[in-house]
Design a protein around this ligand. Sequence first.
Ligand SMILES: [Zn+2]
Length: 854
Amino acid sequence: MQWWNITSFLILSLYLMLTNTPSMRKLLFVLSFVVSFSGFAQAPDKPTASEIYESIKQLNFLGSVLYIAAHPDDENTALISYFANEVHARTAYISLTRGDGGQNLIGPELNELLGVIRTQELLQARKQDGGIQYFSRAVDFGYSKNPTETFEFWDKEELLRDLVYRIRAFQPDIIINRFDHRTSGTTHGHHTASAILGVEAFDLAADPEVFKEQLTAVAPWQAKRLFFNDSWFFYGSPEAFNKVDQSEKFEMDIGSFYPSLGLSNNEISALSRSAHSSQGFGSSGSRGEKMEYLEPIRGGMPNKHVFEGIDTSWSRIEGGTPVGRVLAKVEEEYDFRNPAASIPDLLKAYKLIKNIEDSHWKKIKTKEIIGVIEACAGLYLEAVAESPTAVAGGQTKMNIEAINRSYYPIHLESVAIGNTKLDMNTTLDNNISHQESINLQIPINQKPTNAYWLDEPGSLGMYKVANEALSGLAETPPAFTAEFKLNFDGEPITINKPVVYRYTDLAKGELYEPFVIVPKASVAVEGKVHVFGDANSKVIRVRVKSFTEDLKADLKLDVPHDWKVSPKNHKVQFAQKGATQYYEFLVYPPAEQSEVIATPELVIGDEVLNKQIHELSYAHIPAQKVLLPGASKLVHIDIERMGYRIGYIQGAGDEVGDYLKQIGYQVEELTTSDISLGKLKKYDAVVLGIRAFNVLEPLQYKNDILFQYVQEGGNMVVQYNVNRSQLVTEAVAPFPLSISRNRVTDEDSEVRFIDENHPVLNYPNKITQKDFEGWVQERGLYFPNQWDAAFTPILSMHDKGEEPVEGSLLIAQYGKGYYVYTGLSFFRELPAGVPGAYQLFANLLSIGKTVSDE
Ligand SMILES: [Zn+2]
């Protein structure tokens, strides 16, 4: 069996694919647990007889668990898998953020685009472990030291609103916090903040006076228990954890083996964990006992199991007992060789559920049971678009297939997509495929499909979600669904399927993608930031990709009036869909220092397009098309520089060298094998990229050559490295220097000049407080905390409530040259076009120099 088949066990899903109500249609995409990896991400569910049996067991469990943490990867996938697969509980993970602020190990995407990738990775993880995924509007804005700092960016009231809504809508019996709400300062501030929100929301969700506006859609909900999921990693090691008294914690062995899946719970957990490819969290499964520890925070300590005292049977709901009786029989008599034999009893249960007073569980179980009936019948229903994209006002052919692989009499009455309906009126006989097509006219006012939380600009800490109905869902519902109206021997049942795009790749076989609506073209200024270091004009290119045939338009580059652009517009013409063309504009900065936004505008009649369609294509997640502004920042900085030729030695990877080029430096990338005195001598300065002393092994013996270069008159600038244990050598400088974990994470924190007359603050650019305005994400990180007397500290800074630190920028004269060590985040500030950061960096490169040398 191929590995992706092994992973494709969870039928839990199926029921979620089949759904009637608009609200669940929204969830459909979110909750579609269909199996898959590697291009199968959108593929339809094809459950086995064993998987169907597991889903029947789930039909008979009415209980739920909500797990709360801050980031993609915080969640305990083993515990989620245990509750979903062993207990058969409805199990969800709410990750407050989408992990936008992290690093990307598999591609260039950062920030919003990384958030989209991680969202999809979490959905893949949930397909593996059987959970459901939710989010809040919180942005992963970067590191914070404690929850107080976190809540300066996260709007606590609004996040409580999100979490309370989720609790009221999901109605968990059990809530589990990944983190401890009492441990401020010992972990990422986001972590503790997520736990604080979890505790408060547990209580607030039950209070009808809180967030009253939600009560038209959801009712107050009191969960029974709240736990903190303790773990050895909060103690440093399993040994340290074992030394602590665990008697106040509920202990459970979650090391189950699932014969019908052929996997242990920990093997499933590893598959789920391995979905986090962008974080490099590939993980190997294990077998056997695995203990988990839950500390009761609310609701007291259970004796035997966490659902103790909660009725999780059908008797839980009024009118449920007879349903439970029928479904117990279905479970008892299930025939693995002939699942279709269960259909009559399943339909009996379905009818009973229909008559239950409307309630939370009625909706959930209706969907589940329709999924089970569909699976038992071997029913295969799909709607495939002939193209992965379409534009508003366009037309797309949709191919429909319906087939029943059982002898149970099923009648297909009609199929509808959007407002196009096809009457089928045909009986689906065993194993006879019915195929039809629909020409779908896309409405002229159809909105493009986009990650809903990126439609409008939010703040640093919060996404803005205009469509409240979507808020908290993992992703935007599919652009179109196909509604199959069926009749099971007199019982009408409607099944919805997302419209997908399917194609055959000669190397990989059958592949699926979401079918999405896009603007007629993608338009984007090349390069996110353009820095003008003098008054000269620059050529700026705009990239246009057509998503429709026969596109005729005018392209402009809109800038504020003190900037000049030539030409005023380009005539744009495309015959073919999918083609890309580049257009050049000559841009002139104003005389003064200036920061502006340049927006490309593609004018098609009275329609103006200004967004870039980012096409994300990775094998482990469904293809994503994300719309973000195609604009770019233009910065004119008054900058003086001494020295001209720079040698740049990349460490872990940054764009500092590229941006120095933009202000007129001649930057040459050097590898460690280029480090010889002869070669270095031609450079006015040598700059080491971030973490060079962490990742470049040869620096343990090439460092002396660099120091000798300084001694003979060169300038050397070393950017941040992480501390001691991971350095390739402790000799990162010609004088003793010890790197600490000191960091200043507030990008607006006050900066004090230790000696304002120091040349580096005056020459050739005068540095003032203003130059520390507009910084992004942080001031800097891993500042040295001890240094030789040869170093002069230049700046003093601190986060709120902390002691000032002076190690952010240290300068030492060594022989005839200068050595600079700086943990200031130039690698973030230069790509963001922060003028003050450019001026300060130019001063670092200029120390001791008197000619610009061009
Ligand atoms: Zn985290």
